[in-house]
Design a protein around this ligand. Structure first.
Ligand code: TYD
Length: 134
């Protein structure tokens, strides 16, 4: 089972460099309500460590590389993000950890909802219980 799904984004290349664009309905399977990005992540640090009740996200490595460890309570998968034209779609009820951030890496995240702390499950045992209940 695939816990994440790769989304190939358009890449326009010419001698001046590359350009990638993202449009709501064309490339992202939800209305983008929020954009945030992680940067200046110190070496060796892990982020994430939570799941969302009702939030779909697409993560893109705008620069550098890092890993997303996805976990649905039954299986775990590691995805390495290292391309600015490849997005990783992450559904709700998926525990995620991010690690191995390279120096200068930037992680862009497109989200289907505005920020709400109530949407987070930050306790792994609570997450596992919610997975068992389905
Ligand atoms: P968090 O989602 O825990 O970060 P990560 O998953 O990348 O490790 O968020 C870190 C802090 O930032 C937390 O206090 C909530 C706050 N935050 C916002 O206020 N708005 C947002 O859109 C996000 C993603 C986080």
């Amino acid at each position: 089972m695939k816990l994440g799904k790769w989304i190939e984004l358009p890449k326009i290349s010419d001698p001046r460099g590359n350009l990638t664009f993202i449009e709501n309905s064309k490339h992202i399977p939800f209305d983008i309500k929020r954009v945030y990005y992680l940067y200046d992540v110190p070496a060796g640090v892990a982020r994430g460590g939570h799941a969302h009740i009702n939030l779909t996200q697409v993560a893109v490595a705008l620069s550098g590389s890092f890993d997303f460890l996805l976990d649905n309570g039954f299986e775990k998968e590691r995805y390495t993000l290292n391309s600015p034209y490849k997005g990783l779609l992450i559904q709700n009820s998926t525990w995620r950890e991010m690690e191995n951030f390279s120096s200068g890496s930037v992680c862009l995240v497109l989200a289907s909802n505005a920020y709400s702390e109530d949407d987070y499950i930050r306790n792994y045992e609570t997450f596992l219980q919610s997975c068992k209940k389905g």
